[in-house]
Ligand binder design. Structure first.
Ligand code: ADP
Ligand code: MG
Length: 395
């Protein structure tokens, strides 16, 4: 769906709620993580890029101190008093429909971060429309958070920079939704640039733009959405975080970021096998991010294939967050000639990515689809993504 139609769909939904035509819209992109998985909450390195799929928010103010949110995904609007947000999220968050915790959570954490009293800002209606696939590892959650944070900051005259708005989104996801995710997704959605990735140090939040050069090299980044749904609020994500914290504690460091590959032999003698393999994934993955950035800067995108594959193997065997569909997607893409491939996102489902020559997009897509059919898996959805700009107000 072209971006303009998604913006128009948000405006149409807002019109059905308020009667207001052609309201202003803000949008924020989903993201693909090129490499650096489960390194963010270990204070490590990641290399995501924002994609062309976006979530749009159409906005109108209201004078009764209420905030109302509606989405084309679930048209039943959810409405609460702004002054109730704090009490609601602290004590009664299960009363709020799950999807609405994302935008309402952002309203709550934005006011907190800015030190603004909820009774002093205008009420607001927000209508969302999105073409970011949900639960595919492309961070539809950061997209709705980024669109909401940008829209509300401007509407309420709150002057926070992009990094601060990313932190607002993360706080909403952690404290309002209850998903213990890191800062990567929100930074990618706020800082994205056309044709570039964001090399992020998750400890310092230093971010550098790294040119990808896919177009110049005749390459495309193919996303293979397995259709297997994951959930961050449940499942193995929290467990992996706990293992990482345990590993860091055993090694006497603040975070796994503080270890390098040369610390691994000692780590192996100090912890159980599962914790060690979780640690080894994070430590080697951090190194792979650094190696990928160097390869992109010094050689070009053709040089990163083996790093992508090594990342997948590490997630499959050491971190154990892959699923058969993701392994199949990676193996089939590589067998059909992809330069590199790996699962992307938090794991337990979602999407794989493959770096492929433009001329091979069709062949590799159908090879993967055939491999899924052979294995008796539901057909995957495949599409290419291009590195795109971060959150903004639509013209
Ligand atoms: P991912 O971020 O990988 O897509 P998450 O589980 O982190 O998956 O976030 C997906 C959730 O975010 C959805 O289940 C829904 O609650 C919420 N969400 C995302 N986009 C929208 C939208 N446009 N409208 C309503 N809710 C949305
Ligand atoms: Mg998410």
């Amino acid at each position: 769906m072209p971006e303009t139609n998604t913006a128009a769909a948000a405006q149409t939904l807002l019109k059905t709620l308020t009667g207001i035509e052609a309201a202003p819209t803000w949008s924020a992109p989903g993201r693909v993580n090129l490499i650096g998985e489960h390194t963010d909450y270990n204070d490590g390195f990641v290399l995501p890029f924002a994609i062309q799929h976006r979530t749009h928010a159409a906005v109108a103010t209201r004078n009764d101190g209420l905030i109302r949110v509606a989405s084309t995904f679930d048209e039943r609007p959810v409405e609460v008093a702004l002054t109730q947000l704090n009490e609601l999220f602290r004590h009664r968050r299960e009363e709020i429909a799950e999807w609405a915790r994302y935008p309402l959570g952002v309203a709550w954490t934005l006011l907190k971060a800015a030190g603004v009293d909820a009774s002093t800002v205008t009420g607001v209606d927000l209508a969302f429309s999105s073409n970011v696939p949900v639960g595919a590892g492309l961070s539809s959650s950061a997209a709705i958070e980024g669109a909401t944070a940008s829209a509300l900051a401007e509407t309420w005259g709150i002057n926070l920079d992009r990094v601060a708005l990313a932190q607002v989104g993360r706080a909403a996801e952690n404290d309002a939704v209850g998903a213990p995710t890191g800062i990567m997704d929100q930074m990618a959605t706020m800082l994205g640039r056309t044709d570039a990735a964001i090399f992020l140090d998750c400890r310092t939040l230093d971010a550098a733009v790294v040119d990808l050069g896919f177009a110049g090299a005749g390459l495309e980044l193919l996303v293979i959405d397995t259709g297997v749904k994951h959930s961050h609020a449940t499942g193995g994500y929290g467990e992996r975080r706990t293992s990482c914290e345990r590993g860091a504690a055993v090694m006497g460091v603040a975070a796994l970021r503080d270890l390098t590959v040369s610390d691994l032999p000692r780590a192996k003698t100090l912890m159980d096998d599962i914790t060690f393999r979780r640690v080894r994934h994070v430590v080697t993955e951090n190194q792979r991010v650094l190696d990928t950035v160097r390869a992109l800067r010094e050689v070009g995108p053709d040089a990163i294939g083996e790093l992508l594959v090594a990342s997948h193997v590490s997630m499959r065997d050491d971190f154990e967050i892959s699923v058969p569909e993701l392994d199949r997607a990676v193996d089939a893409a590589l067998a059909a000639g992809a330069i590199g491939a790996r699962m992307t996102g938090g794991g337990f489902g979602g999407a794989a990515i493959a770096l492929v020559a433009r001329a091979d997009v069709e062949t590799i897509s159908s090879a993967v689809t055939d491999a899924f059919a052979e294995a008796g898996f539901a057909a995957p959805t495949t599409f290419t993504v291009s590195p795109s700009a971060g959150a903004n107000k639509n013209p």
